[in-house]
Design a protein around this ligand. Structure first.
Ligand code: AHM
Ligand code: MG
Length: 332
């Protein structure tokens, strides 16, 4: 059986469906190439001396791991010279990275969390890269304000999961497709066409250790999940928490579930832990394109007008029935 490579899939999308331009196709190929390099480095682990702390912090005051910094550099270097981008922004950089003047500029903005799930790096558990693509509104000299577009304006979003297999999951706005890296040929192969999230589920994901800090609607909902068959939901639920959003979302795309990272009372000024532009928006586009739902408890995440590049947001995403239920509890 002949397999479809990522390159062939993208060419066919460009030709048949006009879903993407040649520039966007090139952009995705470059991101995929960078993810292969990151995958290779992640696989080497301590053999390459790349585990542990970098000794630096990012703008959110989080300690950076060596691999956070390496993955960020790989994505910057891969994407700066090709002429497809106007600028990049990363969870690990204070400000946007304009394309150097020595290179031609293109019409897209690329945003990424270079290595999501940092707490899993040193313990050999799955991590991932998340990315989002927007159009640059003002030509080739973008400002920070140009990035502040709602998630509905994303032209493409994806993630690469560095797990037992390395997988790239991609949406161009017409469904979700999963590609597995064939390490022998070096190409991503379409293995999971038309991924879709079941409407109903019996599985939830939340960091339960924060329970005492949650707000009332989330407490109520999780109490009902835990009450199982004899409770108001009338069925038993199972729990999984990878602590890598990429891993948790990938499970939900594969067999359904609900993922929650609510805002809580530890740091009431923060609207959650996860970042809107690098994590919530791309994952929400993927989840919606797979038939799921994604909200911050009140509104659709993709409709939120961003105010800051690094802003945080509460996240409830996954199987429609459960995300709608917990969202409705916030309105009660
Ligand atoms: P990171 O970008 O610093 O790695 O943080 C994001 C991660 C998500 O991947 C994951 O869902 C969450 O943080 C885990 O949080 P917790 O440490 O509370 O389990
Ligand atoms: Mg992250």
């Amino acid at each position: 059986m002949s397999r479809t490579s990522l390159s062939r899939y993208l060419i066919e999308q460009q030709r048949a469906n006009n879903a993407i331009t040649a520039d966007l196709r090139f952009l995705i190929e470059v991101v995929a190439r960078a993810c292969k390099a990151i995958s290779h480095t992640v696989n080497k682990g301590e053999l390459a001396g790349i585990l542990g702390e970098a000794g630096t912090g990012n703008i959110q005051g989080e300690a950076q791991k060596k691999l956070d910094v390496i993955a960020n550099d790989v994505l910057l270097e891969a994407n700066e010279w090709g002429g497809h981008l106007a600028a990049m922004a990363s969870e690990e950089m204070d400000h946007p990275y304009p394309i150097p003047n020595s290179y031609p500029k293109g019409g897209f903005l690329l945003l990424f969390d270079p290595l999501d799930g940092s707490s899993n790096i040193d313990i050999n558990i799955s991590v991932g890269t998340i990315f989002s693509v927007l159009k640059a509104p003002n030509g080739d000299t973008p400002t920070e304000a140009d990035f502040l577009q709602p998630g509905t304006r994303q032209v493409c979003a994806g993630y690469t999961l560095y797990g037992p297999q390395t997988m790239l999951v991609l949406t161009l706005g017409n469904g979700v497709n999963g590609f597995t890296l064939d390490r022998e040929t070096g190409s991503f192969v379409l293995t999971h066409p038309n991924m879709s999230i079941p409407t109903e589920t019996r599985e939830f994901a939340i960091n339960m250790s924060n329970m005492r800090h949650w707000q009332a609607p989330v407490k109520r909902y999780v109490d009902e999940l835990l009450a199982g068959k004899s409770g108001p939901l009338g069925k038993d639920f199972n729990m999984r928490w990878v602590a890598s959003m990429v891993g948790d979302v990938h499970r939900i795309l594969t067999r359904g579930g609900i993922f929650m990272y609510p805002r809580d009372n530890r740091e009431p000024e923060k609207a959650g832990k996860l970042r809107l532009m690098y994590e919530a928006n791309p994952m929400s586009m993927i989840v919606e394109q797979a038939g799921g739902v994604s909200t911050n408890g009140h509104t659709r995440i993709l409709d939120i007008q961003p105010e800051q590049l690094h802003q945080r947001v509460a996240v409830f995403l996954g199987s429609k029935q459960e995300v709608e239920r917990v969202t409705s509890y916030h309105q009660a």
